[in-house]
Each structure stands twice: as C-alpha cells, then as structure tokens.
Design a protein around this ligand. Structure first.
Ligand SMILES: O=c1[nH]c(=O)c2[nH]c(=O)[nH]c2[nH]1
Length: 286
C-alpha cells in the first residue's frame, strides 16, 4: 500500500523584465519569478484528473500580465500580489509560494536608456500565502565584502591534525547570503531592505573580528537592532581565505601585503540570529 505524500508544483524561473519609460528616462526591473502551488491535488496524481490543476504555463502568463497591469515595485509586493491571486481565485489551491530574485541595473552614462548590471548582488524574497496567513522572507546574496585588518583567529581547539597557525591580523572576506523573516510587514519594503543591507555592511565593517562566527552574530544582531519588523536573520558566510604568500625564496619580505586568494576549499559559517519572542515561522523558510 502506498499513499501520496506532500506535493507541490509550479513554474520555476520566469524571467520578466519591465522597462518603464518617462521620455528617455527609462527604469528597469529585472526579475526571476518562481511560483509554487499546492492544495487539493490528489486526483491529478492518482487518476490523472487535471481539473484542479492551474497549468504552470498559466502561472507564467500571470507573472507577465501582472507586471503590465500592476507594475513591478518592491519584489515583496509583487510576490504577495501573485500569491494572493492564486489562493484567492483557484478553489483547489490552498497554498501559494512565490520566490523572486531581482537583478539590479545601474545607469550607464548620461542618457536615460543605457544600463550596466550592478555586480553579482541579488535581492531575494519568498512569500507564502495560505489559510494560516501571509509570511515573507526577504534577503540578498552575492554581497562580497572584505576587511584588510581587524580580524584575528586564535585560541582554537587543536588535535594531531591541526596545522593552522594562530593569527592576530588577517584578511576577512566573505560573500554574504542573508535572509530575514518579518514579524510584521513594513510599510515600505524597499526601505526595510535598504536598512537591513546597511546594517549587515555596517556590522561587518565595525566589528573587530575574533572569528567569522562572531562577525556573523554581530551582523544578525545589527539587523534586528535596526529593523523592528524583522524577527529572525539567517546568514551563510563562506570564509574566503587569503593566504600570505611566502616570498622568502626570492629574498623578499611579505608583511601582510601579497596574498593568495583561494577559491576552494572554504570554511562555511552559517547561523541564525532571532528575537526570543519571534512569532512562529510557519512555512516561511520552506
Ligand atoms: O573565523 C574562522 N572560523 C573558523 O571556524 C575557522 N576555521 C579555520 O580554519 N579558520 C577559521 N576562521
């Protein structure tokens, strides 16, 4: 005897670009939207009855139609709009999850229509709408930062395999992936995102680091201090190691000037910082 377990379906990675034109002053929104629906979908799996299935093709079309009808503002607003629509209009759909990535374009030159992609930083959000309410996790990834001093790593545990030497001055570099959960929705998602991003950067710059773990906690704590609407922050920080190169073979000193930037392996430091009274997360992180 077998039974159908949890299931969901949707259209992954619908790429939508909106160009808004005010004369020659154009504005670009560039998104990657993934919609995922679940609910009363037993029959499609067991008997092939598709009557409850809103095609993934329709979900894709809805993304484009809503971009035109409602415009694309903050990605959280767009994600909630789509999720509410699917749950509100399809009787069989009990739960909608909409995940969006946003790629940022900056102006290139003095005209209003030339753009350059702004590095590899990506803004992210995931919105859930179901019978128990609405939940939003916002975030970013690809935010690459480096401190060229004010970082130590010493006093660590050791065993017969330990070769790492203690350091009182090293480069600390990472590529921040952060996501944060909201206790309540802010009035302006863009402002909230800007403040959280600023808090991450400020804490990274200001913390005299004894380990990347300690820096992670400082970064998460700063977001919670600056953003009352946020109740939980999750961080994934690869430790982008920089090794001082031994130049003594060439009769040269190396006093913290020439480094080898290794790309792998890398330490991967991950952690969550949350308020003690954070409300129940529900499906927010799924
Ligand atoms: O900040 C660090 N945390 C670690 O856990 C670790 N482990 C390591 O080898 N280097 C570092 N650096």
């Amino acid at each position: 005897m077998v039974v159908l377990g949890p299931n969901r379906y949707g259209k992954a990675e619908t790429r939508v670009v909106q160009v808004t034109r005010h004369g020659d002053a154009h504005r670009v929104k560039d998104l990657n939207v993934s919609t995922t629906l679940s609910g009363d979908m037993t029959e499609v799996h067991l008997s092939g009855d598709n009557s409850a299935v809103l095609p993934t093709d329709t979900q894709k079309n809805t993304v484009y139609a809503f971009a035109k009808k409602h415009g694309i503002g903050a990605i959280e607003d767009f994600a909630l709009l789509l999720a509410r629509h699917f749950v509100g209009t399809q009787p069989a759909v009990r739960h909608a999850r909409v995940a969006i990535e946003e790629y940022t374009w900056e102006r290139n030159g003095s005209n209003g229509h030339s753009f350059v992609r702004a590095g590899r930083e990506t803004r992210t959000c995931v919105a859930h709408v179901d019978g128990s309410g609405e939940r939003v996790v916002s975030g970013l990834r690809g935010l690459v930062v480096m401190n060229t001093t004010n970082s130590e790593f010493r006093g660590f545990a050791s065993d017969e395999y330990t070769t790492l030497t203690e350091t009182r001055d090293r480069i600390l570099a990472t590529e921040v992936a952060a996501s944060w959960r909201h206790a309540y929705f802010p009035t302006y998602w863009d402002k909230s995102h800007e403040t959280a991003r600023w808090a991450l950067l400020a804490a990274f710059a200001d913390t005299y680091s004894l380990s990347l773990q300690q820096t992670l906690y400082a970064m998460g704590s700063r977001v919670l201090a600056e953003c009352p609407e946020i109740c939980e922050v999750r961080l994934s920080l690869p430790n982008k190691h920089h090794f001082e190169v031994d130049l003594s073979h060439f009769g040269l000193d190396n006093d913290g000037e020439i480094f080898f930037a290794a790309d792998r392996p890398y330490g991967l430091i991950e952690g969550t910082v949350l308020r003690e009274d954070a409300p129940d997360a529900g499906p927010a992180w799924e």
